[in-house]
Design a protein around this ligand. Structure first.
Ligand code: BGC
Length: 745
């Protein structure tokens, strides 16, 4: 027998053993769930389904200088009287990990006093790192992670976020957001992995793998939560928590696949869409929550509501005519746990409903089993307590380096006229604009506080863009003036004078930190004050490098032509300042690519995978920068696009290869993107769709062959009867500028 065959056999054996072991573990957990359930009273069960916020069991909120304070009596009432299964959130401000340990220990101590000693599962929004742990590594936000197009980075961010969140004593993270970012006005766009199904599915999957590994009970892993199932990200008017109208075909083509990928990756929990689709609020939608999620997608984990959304079926949506009816509708639609979150009304009402026979015991048992299963999977019954030893793993040097690298790879060089960048270190630079000297715009929401806009709470040792530039080239060559705020002039006349005396202007514009509904806007254009300020500086005749720090693509067309270079940073996180300075001065080579279309005008929101009608007659896809765009300080050339065949059967695999060469003078990274076009179809087919990508690094003169495999899953689409199908016919593969046709029989 050949050595390779032997090794392969050994590998199969190991994989089989792992599978058998995990099936045994699953069976063990199922047995424990059943046994425990059989001992529980109705009250204990309904309590498990109740989740309250930490505010509900606290006396005082936290401030910059003072810890938040738990209310022992309220906490005991919640756990001992109401048997609550879960607590979430922070009371306003991030805590030190040590303090989190005290909080979680106190909670679990009380849970240990209950009859069945069922641990409480604590949940948190660790959105770009451990949001609410003081000093934690805070990474680029999702849209910026997506801009890296780097699966290793997505996985590594998952790993580190888990390490630091679990080290804080918290085992459940309400992340990743797998909503698709196809409405640029939506204030949560930056929480998504962008507009493309394939890119978002791949990065979401990697993040989950990194966060969970193969065993979420390990001390450096946690349970992820896919959110917000489903359709939340596509509000017609662009405002947060407003109606979406999404046909079943569209839902299945664009919005469900990312969640399907997250389920396949093993996420054990899902949070529900806070708004409504086709007139049915997410929390009342039996078709989505049960028929599709359970029966079709085979999700067997826990479904948690979003904040107060069960109540809102009555108070906001008027789908229910009383709070009690709201509870019945939500539970029967498929909600297993209600984020109530301020009181115990859900508990009281659900108890009544079961006693009156309006919610069957079977449904309660099903929901509670799912909750207990996650608690068992997390190993909370064995040890619900935080481990002091783990605290040293928070914000290590290694994590900070990973963060800087992620930030560097996330930033997109969208324009670089005459190779203006990188800058020489001896140039006199005038740094200006509202995002130049603040950390909060670099981080966005879910940073230290919910809105992320408390600049005074940010770690002083981290660099703003201005500070990073100064530390790189020395104070002497750098001048700073704010010039304008996000929406008003401050001292633009003085700034103009300073600009005239400089060699180059680094103009940092964008958005302040915001989160959810407070981030609503009514015009995608960058506020007039910032455009006016840019225009004034451009009149100085000095070259302008525009740095955009923003959560969504604010329209900048009026000034884009005149500026020399544009760096789109989105929300690059706590190392964003350093990363921007590194890219400006060539200490890092840009490799970010747009994960969304950057529109030219507020209404020009055609996306890259547009339909034939959208490029027919005078219609066209004409963005400022297209999806997938991003420059480098080196150049890459694409050659030898090859297909394994120009004719395949539907179940065959097609192997695609292409040679990519670095023909410039610097080492650099390139994202090789493969697009597929299905030329004719019974449902109109997109212009092209991303079906493969790989980020590679090449030295000058170096060449690599990149290979992709295309199979049925890539060729398929949602057909006339709303089922996934493949139709025979002609297809085109595009990589770079190269194209090849093939036929499917
Ligand atoms: C958000 C969720 C978040 C939850 C808990 C809600 O307002 O929509 O994304 O997980 O709050 O903080």
């Amino acid at each position: 027998m050949k050595l390779t065959t032997l090794l392969l056999g050994l590998l199969m054996l190991i994989i089989n053993n792992i599978e058998i072991q995990s099936q045994k573990d699953d069976a063990k957990i199922e047995k424990r769930v059943k046994e425990l359930l059989s001992k529980m009273t109705l009250e204990e069960k309904v309590g498990q389904m109740t989740q309250v916020t930490i505010q509900a069991v606290s006396k005082k909120q936290g401030t910059k200088n003072q810890h938040h304070e738990l209310d022992d009596a309220k906490l005991e009432e919640a756990i001992l009287k109401y048997h609550v299964g879960s607590i979430l959130n922070v009371y306003d401000v991030a805590h030190e990990a040590e303090y989190w340990h005290e909080v979680i220990t106190k909670i679990q101590d009380i849970a240990q006093k209950t009859r069945l000693k069922i641990p409480v599962i604590y949940g948190i929004d660790a959105i770009h790192g451990a949001t609410y742990t003081k000093g934690a590594t805070l990474f680029p936000q999702s849209l910026a992670i997506a801009s890296t197009w780097n699966k290793d980075i997505a996985r590594n961010i998952g790993e580190i976020t888990s390490i630091e969140t679990r080290a804080s004593g918290i085992p459940w993270n309400f992340y990743p957001v797998l909503d698709l970012g196809r409405q640029p006005l939506w204030p949560r766009l930056w929480e998504t992995f962008g507009e493309d199904v394939f890119l978002a599915s791949q990065l979401g999957t990697e993040y989950i793998k990194g966060a969970q590994g193969d065993d979420i009970s390990k001390p450096d892993k946690l349970a992820t939560c896919l959110k917000h199932y489903v359709g939340y990200s596509f509000p017609i008017n662009g405002l947060d928590r407003t109606p979406a109208w999404i046909s079943e075909r569209m839902l299945r083509e664009y919005f469900l696949p990312t969640f399907e990928a997250g389920i396949l990756a093993g996420s054990p929990t899902i949070m529900v869409n806070s708004a409504e689709v086709d007139g049915i609020p997410g929390h009342a939608n039996y078709h989505l929550l049960t028929e599709i999620l359970r029966d079709e997608l085979k999700f067997n984990g826990l479904v948690v509501s979003d904040w107060e959304d069960v109540k809102r079926l009555y108070t906001r949506d008027r789908i229910a005519s009383s709070p009690k009816e709201a509870v019945r509708i939500a539970v029967m639609a498929g909600i297993d746990m209600s984020m109530v979150p301020y009181d115990f009304s859900f508990y009281d009402l659900l108890l009544e409903l079961v006693k009156e026979g309006k919610v069957p015991m079977k449904r309660i048992d099903e929901a509670v089993s799912r909750i207990l299963r996650v608690k068992f999977q997390l190993g909370l019954f064995e040890n619900p307590y935080p481990d002091k030893e783990l605290i040293k793993n928070i914000a290590t040097k290694e994590h900070t380096n990973a963060n800087l690298n992620a930030a560097q790879e996330s930033i997109i060089l969208a324009k670089n006229e005459d190779d203006f960048l990188p800058l020489k270190r001896d140039k006199k630079v005038f740094v200006t604009g509202p995002t130049a000297n603040m950390l909060s715009p670099l981080n966005g929401g879910w940073t230290i506080t919910w809105q992320g806009n408390e600049e005074s709470l940010y770690p002083q040792e981290k660099n703003t863009i201005l500070e990073a530039i100064k530390s790189k080239v020395g104070e002497a060559n750098v001048k700073y003036m704010e010039g304008c705020s996000f929406d008003a002039d401050i001292n633009s006349n003085e700034a103009y004078m300073e600009a005239v005396n400089s060699d180059v202007i680094v103009l940092c514009l964008g958005e302040p930190a915001y989160c959810e509904t407070p981030g609503n806007i009514y015009d995608l254009t960058l506020p007039k004050a910032q455009i006016d300020y840019a225009t004034k500086l451009l009149n100085s005749g000095k070259p302008v490098v525009l740095v955009l720090v923003e959560g969504r693509p604010r329209v900048i067309t009026e000034i884009a032509k005149e500026v020399k270079s544009i760096l789109i940073a989105f929300l690059p996180g706590m190392e964003g300042g350093n990363a921007i300075a590194d890219l400006l001065y060539g200490d890092a080579n840009p490799s970010g690519k747009l994960p969304i279309t950057y529109p030219k005008s507020p209404n020009g929101i055609t996306l890259y995978d547009y339909k034939p009608l959208e490029s027919f007659d005078s219609n066209k896809y004409d963005p400022l920068f297209p999806f997938g765009h991003g420059l480098s300080y080196t150049k890459f050339s694409y050659n030898n696009l090859k297909l394994s065949s120009d004719k395949i059967k539907m179940n065959d695999k097609l192997i695609v290869s292409v040679d990519v060469e670095n023909v410039g003078k610097l080492k650099g990274k390139e994202v090789v993107q493969l697009y597929l076009t299905d030329l004719y179809g019974s449902v109109s087919r997109p212009n092209k769709q991303l079906k493969g990508f790989e980020k590679i690094e090449l030295n000058p003169g170096e060449r690599k062959t990149v290979t992709f495999t295309i199979d049925k899953s890539h060729l398929s689409f949602i057909g006339i009867d709303n089922k996934r199908i493949v139709e025979p016919g002609e297809f085109i593969i595009t990589v770079g500028e190269l194209k090849k046709h093939f036929f499917v029989e």
